[in-house]
Design a protein around this ligand. Structure first.
Ligand code: PEP
Ligand code: MN
Length: 444
């Protein structure tokens, strides 16, 4: 076999790629992106991998969340701050409940590409290319908007850089200081039925930190910043290739456009281009695992993606659906345990629970999301393995995209504040409730 290169995937079948009118324009964009400075460093990537190895062993917990797909329009201060806030607050609740470090990862600063079930969409007899995320085309149903434009890849890179720049400033510069709980509060936690429990947790954590400072010599500045990592689906391979760089000191290739790429449920074919691409980079890799995953297929995939069985390298992001998890997960756990592959088991309770209402709106029911999370914990406990993380689609804004939760959203509320042009996200309160549930379960 020839030596792996960032472009090796081109000899394989790449599903879910847009068809550009002018391939040379795409090549020019890839050349330009290849000259840009990277967004992250190999040191950060390696540090994350070490932390994920710890989560795989049950000594830490991965919280991964964000939009199904970021939009160019949402590259503004307010949505970024709100997304960071909800993830920080969830992590606070999880740390307190689980008594473990929480690894915070956003689906952010690069999550601009979407797999679609069909290349084309038909409305009233008109057929246009499907919307594939803002880095490809635009969502309005016009021929001009739906035409894939290579220049959008530059737009996606620039917005990823701006988003990450602001996230770094926020997480390093005191926004995340636990001694300033006002930065950790969003308005409607005070309206939630859980607000008393939440405030008690914040006080408990703050007191513990003060105590640490007194007896452990830990300075406040150590506690005023948090680690925050980025992730996105490694879907559009020309873009991922352009951000793949050789780290000379480490003698290896890294995707430096994100810390933590994942392979989607639709592109994890063993002989496909996405697996070929991910096999050659040294980042930690997530793989979405769904009802169609077989035990043999999964082990084959792990053998290809992690032949050296490096700890922290592989995360299995399981997304079966509440009605299917019990029938699917146990056999996969058995196979992975028997293979002795070190993996981090994460739960994505979103993607197997998507439904369409009678009005044709895509939504998810909060109870089914919770149900899948609960079942995942129970199944792993039974099998003697650990749930090392959770993967959610959420936003810090007060959207009405998922049904249920203590706010009591019904299907009639969906039209009120439905902003996603792809999958429905948990709003702030629904996301916090999931965190409370996991934290509470861990303390039982
Ligand atoms: C996603 O994470 O938005 C997604 C498309 O998931 P999956 O590949 O699991 O369907
Ligand atoms: Mn999604």
């Amino acid at each position: 076999m020839n030596e792996w290169q960032p472009s090796s995937w081109r000899s394989k079948t790449a599903l879910q790629q847009p068809i550009y009118a002018d391939p040379q324009e795409l090549d020019a964009v890839v050349d330009e992106l290849s000259t840009r400075p990277p967004l992250v460093t190999s040191w950060e990537v390696e540090r994350l991998k070490t932390q994920l190895a710890s989560a795989a062993r049950g000594d830490a917990f991965l919280l991964q969340g964000g939009d199904c797909s970021e939009s160019f329009d949402a590259c503004r201060a307010d949505p970024i701050e709100k997304k960071l806030k909800v993830l920080l607050q969830m992590s606070l609740v999880l740390v307190y409940g689980m008594r473990k470090p929480v690894i915070r990862v956003g689906r952010i600063a690069g999550q601009y590409a979407k797999p679609r079930s069909s290349d084309l969409e038909t409305r009233d007899g008109v057929e246009l290319p499907s919307y594939r995320g803002d880095c490809v085309n635009r969502s309005p149903f016009t021929a001009q908007d739906r035409c894939p434009q290579p220049a959008n890849l530059i737009g996606a890179f620039d917005r990823s850089a701006q988003t990450l720049n602001y996230l770094r400033a926020l997480t390093e510069g005191g926004f995340a200081d636990i001694k300033h709980p006002e930065n950790w509060e969003l308005d409607f936690v005070t309206q939630s039925s859980r607000s008393g429990q939440y405030h008690q947790m914040v006080r408990g954590i703050s007191d513990s930190l003060d105590l640490l400072g007194v007896i452990g010599g830990v300075s406040r500045s150590d506690l005023s910043r948090v680690d925050f990592y980025t992730s996105h689906e490694a879907l559009l391979l020309p873009y991922e290739q352009a951000l793949t760089r050789r780290a000379i000191a480490r003698d290896g290739w890294y995707n430096l456009g994100t810390h933590y790429p994942w392979i989607g449920d639709r592109t994890r074919q063993i002989d496909g281009a996405h697996v070929e691409y991910c096999r050659g980079i040294r980042n930690p890799i997530g793989v979405k695992v769904g009802p169609s995953t077989t035990a043999d297929g999964l082990i084959e995939l792990l053998d290809v993606l992690n032949p050296s069985r490096e700890a922290g390298r592989m995360t299995l992001i399981c997304r079966f659906g509440a009605s299917k998890i019990a029938g699917c997960l146990p056999a996969l756990i058995d196979a992975v345990v028997a293979s002795k592959h070190p993996v981090l088991w994460s739960v994505d309770p979103m993607h197997g629970n998507t439904i369409t209402t009678d009005q044709g709106i895509k939504t998810r029911h909060f109870d089914q999301i919770l149900d899948e999370v609960r079942q995942a914990f129970a199944i792993h406990a039974e099998q003697g393995t650990v749930v090392g993380g959770i993967h959610l689609e959420l936003t810090g804004n007060e959207v009405t995209e998922c049904i249920g939760g203590s706010g009591g959203l019904g299907s009639g509320d969906l039209v009120r504040a439905y902003e996603s042009s792809v999958d429905p996200r948990l709003n702030y309160e629904q996301a916090m409730e999931i965190a409370f549930l996991i934290a509470g379960q861990a303390r039982e």
